[in-house]
Design a binder for this molecule. Sequence first.
Ligand code: BEZ
Ligand code: FE
Length: 303
Amino acid sequence: MSETTTAGATISPEQALVEQELVDTVVASFDKTEDPRLKQLVQALTRHLHNFVREVRLTEDEWNTGIEFLTAAGHITDDKRQEFILLSDVLGLSMQTIAINNQAYKGATEATVFGPFFVDDAPEIPRGGDIAGGAAGQPCWVEGTITDTSGNPVPGARIEVWEADEDGFYDVQYTDARVAGRARLFADDNGRYSFWGLTPTPYPIPHDGPVGKMLEAAGRSPVRASHLHFMVDAPGLRTLVTHIFVEGDPQIEIGDSVFGVKDSLIKRFETLAAGTPTPDGRDLGNQAWARTRFDVILAPAEA
Ligand code: BEZ
Ligand code: FE
């Protein structure tokens, strides 16, 4: 019997025809979709899913395992835990979507993954305030400016910051409703901002569910490189969702579990001995502290 290659597999021409006819029939079943974008999405999805199944010659057992995996992801998902976003993150799909939608523009700060731990109504702090709210960790002074790509300061830019404590947990992962390690602040008239945060440490993404099992089966670590999240927005400018990473963190070399690291976002965190005077005169007693600088450049909204 002669053979033909389809979607990476070698099969008979008759079999290839059967498979292709099914793809064509399913794609055509969406022909009357009124919304043209929805039509494009669902037809392309159909083609790619069928190509995947055909390329790997998916067995029925494997198909069942896939359904069980997605079912488990659904069962563990609630208003605090989003296993499907985690799945997207560890497959690099979140970062690919961000890359497509936040294209480089004249030196604007790069975006990275949002993650599941942002909370919309974080407490507002004044310039130089403390976001820790009791979260454990080494105090870290963070300062910088918010400008547009022409170098103009962006007074009043809204800055949301959030991070895990030194045990690797965000406040929302505790059951006691604490609010810690997050705040909202605004840039001053010269576009400057500063706050006390915590020196970021590496932590694992939630890995007690199906996505964790998948990582384990693949011999992949769930650990994220140490980071501090930012979301910055101002009228007329593209909202930036990003993090800064800690220069020298070994996890950067080992690999970030959600592929979020970009070289431009790796910042120097200087460690200062206990007793070193702080920028705002805060007395930290016998505690060492750190400092870093992150100057944010926002692209125009329409870029
Ligand atoms: C985070 O950085 O908070 C995060 C990002 C992706 C998945 C899980 C956590
Ligand atoms: Fe995070």
